[in-house]
Design a protein around this ligand. Sequence first.
Ligand SMILES: Cc1cc2nc3c(=O)[nH]c(=O)nc-3n(C[C@H](O)[C@H](O)[C@H](O)COP(=O)(O)OP(=O)(O)OC[C@H]3O[C@@H](n4cnc5c(N)ncnc54)[C@H](O)[C@@H]3O)c2cc1C
Length: 602
Amino acid sequence: MRDPAISRFAASHLSATRRADDLRRLRSERFDVLVVGGGVTGAGAALDAAARGLKVALIEARDYAAGTSSRSSKLIHGGLRYLEQLEFGLVHEALTERGLLSTRLAPHLVRPVPILVPLPAGGLPLRAFRRSYYGLGVATYDAFAGVLGHGRGMPLHRHLSREGARRLFPSLRGDVTTGAIRYFDGQVDDARLVVTLARTAASLGAAMVTSARAVGFLRQAREVVGVRVRDMEARPGDPDAEFEVRARTVIAATGVWSDDMSRMLGDVGVRPGFRVRASKGVHLVVPRSAITGEAGLILRTPTSVLFVIPWGGHWIIGTTDTDWQLDRSHPAASARDIQYILDQVNPWLARPLSTDDIEGVYAGLRPLLSGEADATSKLSREHAVIEPMLGLLLVAGGKYTTYRVMAADVVDRAVRRLGGGQPSTTEELPLLGADGYAATWRDRADLARRRGVPAGVVEHLLERYGTLTNELLALVEADPALAAPLAGAPEYLAAEVAYAAYAEGALHLDDVLTRRTRISFETAHRGTESAVHAAEVMGGVLGWDEAVRRREVEHYLARVEAERESQRMPDDATADAARMGAADVRGLAADRGLEIPTSAAL
Ligand SMILES: Cc1cc2nc3c(=O)[nH]c(=O)nc-3n(C[C@H](O)[C@H](O)[C@H](O)COP(=O)(O)OP(=O)(O)OC[C@H]3O[C@@H](n4cnc5c(N)ncnc54)[C@H](O)[C@@H]3O)c2cc1C
């Protein structure tokens, strides 16, 4: 629980000093719940447990959202295509979460985005059939959200003629469509929501430590009683780099690394109960000017669907869906993945895209519970909670949108084990930055005038930090140099880099350029032209000397070069080999799940 002498906002600051304090707590205290994994599920579980008054810690091997949770399609959605698979329960649950997030929990981070379902050209009977079929689907979707769910906050769908569709999306080829249906889903900056969850958990007293990797479980007889942790920031040879953390319950929310957790118990012959497979999804990012349209598109592909989604001054286009068994920390997109996406989207566009249009590319791994079907795209998106050994709960599967449900489920199980406790309260708990957001947004022109900054800057900050914008503006007031735009990425302020290091737990340049901001995929230079400036600002907060600054920049440049090289490679194996050419900034070895230590018995 939080020290009552400290304000909730101060307690939410994930600074370097806070990391050192929380590391000390990990070594010395015993926690009710220790969460392993700082993706959306782990950060959500830490928040859920902390909000119930439990003593909570979270460790994350790399950075918040460094795994799948920063590499999604960034939709908070029910999944229109799951209706076709008759997964009504899943769709309803996800739409309920969409409504909660966009109206109460995180209205500053989750916003409506219009999406068109284009109706392909064809003979009259086929056209009539398709309009009724898709129309029924979208109407059911809205009904689940509005009538049966908590769907306020998203406008209802509308049918459009061919002319109507092309007015909204002039780049849509008129000869292949007869019209469209426009519906709405939620859009989120996935990495920012995770860091906001982590900070909200920290504000309630949870110890939150990134660059801290679980390398084994502590056991007493047949019960897990804690975790052995390696501090990935410790100096080489530091004898204290590995230490033990005691907890009454360990929750592993490790996504595509879930099988590693079971394997760490291999010596006692524990059967995991479920397996998690990784399916790779690649997205391309192109400038907004490459396509003219005011809504997104959802397009059918041979195996799944492809989204074209407006993202500020860009479009995000994806995704692929292929089995992946190579490096999980740095999944690589190959030239084949990129060509597949171009081949799927181009038949719909008046001006086809080419590789010259691409600004950024990112790849993520879906954590799919395996066992139900052969083709990965048909595997269930449901989540599961299991207790493979007393004291250890594994939670995996599901999707970003339903993180809160997954978190509540696994913490319910932990609470039962701990002997009672209150039910989940996260349905009623706005994340940091959400309180007072609507009024602050309404009065944003006033705020801009009072603080002497352009209205556009205030809007940009409000949509990324909500009411915490005031903290950034205070930083700028204290040091006006921070009002400068970041080199190579003028839509971001230098202050955002400083704030990331001061309050958002960023420890490395990569954390800032890839996840606190999205410069790594939003610029054609992929952040290389921002690296030196960002390292200067970050180094100022974290006390980096010249050598550290240089090392951080070199690491980042090498990473970008390795990614570019991998994207020129023809297939997964060669792309993976090229990506492995750049070392991980946290010193992680190749991450193929081979070198898993077993747990320590006490
Ligand atoms: C291409 C793609 C598009 C998607 N689009 C959407 C979408 O639009 N909407 C949606 O709702 N869902 C979407 N999803 C699904 C969603 O992104 C994932 O379900 C979700 O992000 C998984 O979160 P997680 O926290 O379970 O896993 P992760 O985010 O992978 O988190 C697991 C964390 O555990 C850490 N970890 C692993 N091992 C250890 C260890 N030993 N010690 C400490 N930490 C460890 C990792 O570093 C990682 O940060 C998409 C997925 C993909 C791949």
